[in-house]
Design a protein around this ligand. Structure first.
Ligand code: IVH
Length: 680
């Protein structure tokens, strides 16, 4: 029997090693040697063996990369070595000065220095700790001193080794690098988000950073992130420390880390500038974003002599590239009306390739910007992608043979013809036809159902549009009188197809609406879409006034006394509540039982994220509704019946016997009210 166990253990080890090697070949060397099917087959085999013999499952098994349990939050970790950032400049002359300063400072120790030139990856910095060759911790940069422990999420990144190859690594070391979202994976991911009516991420950097902060590692595993490593740290007495920075990274490469193939040694400033200039153009062909070049003194024994400034080392710096820019010919200008009525001019031009995608529209911001550019159809326009998802026109070139006139900003709403009004403290115009301008109405409904507002994700943008077009819904309150009967059979036009709502879809929508009745006052207030009342302002107002009735009668002076509420916001609030249609709407929504008062009793947070609960019986400190609200406001989900998928049954006095019996059979954890409180 013992022999048999040994054999199984060997088999598990062998399979793990094989899979590690295939992973490495695929994700690090970019050179797969087996088919995906064969890989999946071996992985499944390993999973099955580990299920039967959990005693042989290791935390570094390749099966750990799919993401396990949902996390409650991230532990804060103090970095053993602070995570410094780099000084940076857009100016090559300043790079030359930096190099000269460093070389002068160490010239008494060494001449003829070498500089390592590296790509500056545009992602999220990460620090990985390896003990005896096993990945034990992954931490974000945080404030440089304390970061978040994101180990479970990082383990899902296939190019990061969970266990190192070779043997000559220090018993304990840290390696730092950048988690990035490669273009192809990012585009696929955003496409799916758009299809699901979710807000797409502005750029790969934001998406990478948002991904590592997810509480569900299985979700992170789906996102195909990658990671390049560029900095190795260990105790001073380690023999590894005798090596130069470049050689340390080569060593790291031999242990299985993804080290850039583009890292180069430069002997002088001319060679550094050559590297910079090469990548300023060549970066357009890279399958991921870089935002500059990093240079580091190769001889790391001199780093201590040079020291650091408050935030960054004197032995390394970064050259940053200017934002990528393309040009095209302006074909037309249209005007978009957003949910708050703001009118934005949008330029349409011949498609151009910019930052990894084809672009044919860009924002012109507002009238002021249009005037500044003196823009005319037929002009050459220069387009940049900044941090925002929407590209912008940053400059134009009047072509000599273009005799078109300067394009004028419109004076009436392109959708409802109402004369536009100029915003007070702003350069923008808006359409004041709040209650009857179509794109404003649809925009407001999209805002109302969005995640941070009422969170009715069973109703996407196209369903909402259909409900408005069919006249089934004309204000927010109408949503709450929908029934499955009214919904079944309705046809929703998606991008390229038409979908008929079936029983299940209808029930989903109704259920989503029902659940939204638990959304707290501050989010209901945000959901109303009052101009300039964003999440933060809504929260402040809700906590200050406690009820909508108090808020509705507040005067300007009163409102300005609330922290951070300025005159313009105050005016917007007053004008919203003085509109009789809005007053009627609030009354209707009250009748639908939305929350218009702060519930002092309820703690909010995300400690129950991803967990599902069944509630049964009577509780000491909560009414039935309060406990349900508490669960939802802490990220948990309420389910009506016990099944094996339920995480907890919260047991009150006189709870249902049937529920208890079922929970026992299905092994659902039963908790008391006190235990529930402790989870919050
Ligand atoms: S070295 C002490 N090398 O840029 C030196 N950083 O502001 C530590 N980055 O926080 C950083 N590519 O997130 C280094 N090849 C590279 C890099 C790089 C991207 C990021 C990193 C850092 C920031 C500097």
């Amino acid at each position: 029997m013992a022999d048999n166990y040994e054999q199984i253990k060997d088999q598990i080890n062998h399979l793990s090693e094989q899979l590690d090697q295939y992973n490495y070949e695929y994700y690090v060397l970019d050179n797969p040697t087996i088919s995906d099917e064969k890989f999946d087959f071996l992985l499944k085999k390993l999973e099955n063996l580990e299920d039967i013999y959990p005693q042989f499952k290791t935390p570094f098994s390749p099966t750990q990369r799919v993401g396990g349990q949902i996390l409650k939050g991230f532990k804060h970790v103090t970095h053993k070595y602070p995570m410094l950032s780099l000084g940076n400049t857009y100016n090559k002359k300043e790079i030359a000065e930096f190099v000269k300063r460093a070389e002068n400072a160490v010239s008494i120790y060494k001449k003829d220095l070498q500089w390592v030139c590296e790509l500056k990856y545009d992602g999220l910095a990460i620090s990985l700790t390896y003990i005896n060759g096993i990945l034990t911790q992954a931490t974000t940069r945080g404030n440089g001193i304390v970061g978040d422990d994101v180990t479970a999420n990082v383990k899902t990144i296939k190019s990061i080794p969970l266990k190192l190859k070779g043997k000559d690594y220090p018993a304990e070391f840290e390696i730092r690098g950048e988690v990035i979202f490669p273009h192809k994976a990012f585009e696929e991911f955003n496409k799916i988000r758009i299809e699901n009516s979710e807000e797409p991420f502005a750029n790969p950097r934001n998406a990478a950073s948002g991904s590592l902060k997810l509480l569900n590692p299985a979700e992170v595993a789906k996102r195909k992130l990658d990671c390049f490593l560029y900095f190795l740290l260990c105790n001073e007495e380690e023999p590894l420390n005798k090596l130069s920075h470049y050689d340390k990274l080569l060593k790291a490469k031999s242990w299985g880390f993804n080290i850039s193939q583009y890292m180069t040694l430069a002997k002088n400033i001319d060679e550094i500038i050559k590297f910079i200039e090469h990548w300023d153009t060549a970066r357009k062909n890279l399958p991921f974003d870089i935002d500059g070049i990093v240079i580091k003194l190769n001889d790391s024994s001199l780093w201590n002599n040079l020291g650091t400034t408050a935030k960054s080392p004197r032995w390394a710096t970064a050259f940053k590239f200017k934002a990528e820019r393309s040009s095209s010919i302006l074909e037309s200008i249209e005007f978009n009306v957003g949910r708050t009525g703001i009118v934005t001019p949008v330029a349409n031009f011949k498609s151009v390739w910019l930052g990894g995608t084809w672009v044919k529209r860009a924002t012109l911001h507002n009238e002021e910007q249009m005037k500044k550019l003196n823009i005319r159809i037929g002009d050459e326009v220069f387009i940049e992608k900044g941090g925002e998802i929407i590209p912008k026109i940053v400059a134009i070139n009047h072509l000599p043979d273009n005799h078109n006139k300067e394009f004028e900003f419109i004076s009436t709403c392109p959708q409802c013809n109402t004369p536009l009004i100029k915003e007070k403290d702003n350069a923008g115009y808006y359409c004041p036809n709040y209650n009857h301008c179509k794109p404003q109405i649809l925009g407001r409904f999209e805002h109302f159902i969005s995640k941070k507002a009422m969170n009715i994700d069973s109703l996407g943008g196209s369903k909402m549009k259909m409900l408005l077009e069919t006249g089934l819904v004309s204000d927010f309150a109408d949503l709450y009188s929908l029934t499955t009967d009214k919904l079944i059979g309705l046809v929703v036009s998606e991008k390229d197809s038409q979908i008929t709502i079936q029983e299940k879809g209808a029930a989903n929508i109704i259920n989503g609406l029902k659940q939204s009745l638990n959304v707290p006052f501050e989010r209901v207030l945000f959901a109303l879409g009052i101009r300039m009342v964003g999440e933060v302002v809504a929260k402040k107002l809700a906590h200050h006034y406690k009820t909508i009735d108090n808020l509705m009668v507040a005067n300007s002076l009163d409102l300005i006394n609330v922290n951070d509420i300025g005159e313009t916001i105050a005016q917007n609030i007053i004008s919203y509540f003085s509109n009789s249609e809005n007053k009627v709407l609030i009354e209707k929504l009250k009748a639908c039982k939305l929350h218009f008062e702060v519930e002092e009793n309820i703690i909010t947070g995300n400690s129950l994220a991803g967990k599902s609960f069944v509630v049964s019986g009577i509780f000491n400190n909560y009414s039935r509704d309060e406990i349900k609200n508490t669960i939802e406001q802490n990220g948990g989900k309420i389910v009506s019946g016990i099944s094996s998928k339920v995480d907890y049954l919260v047991c009150g006095e006189k709870m249902g016997e049937e529920k208890k019996r079922k929970a026992e059979i299905l092994n659902v954890k039963m908790i008391t009210e006190e235990e529930f409180n402790q989870m919050l």
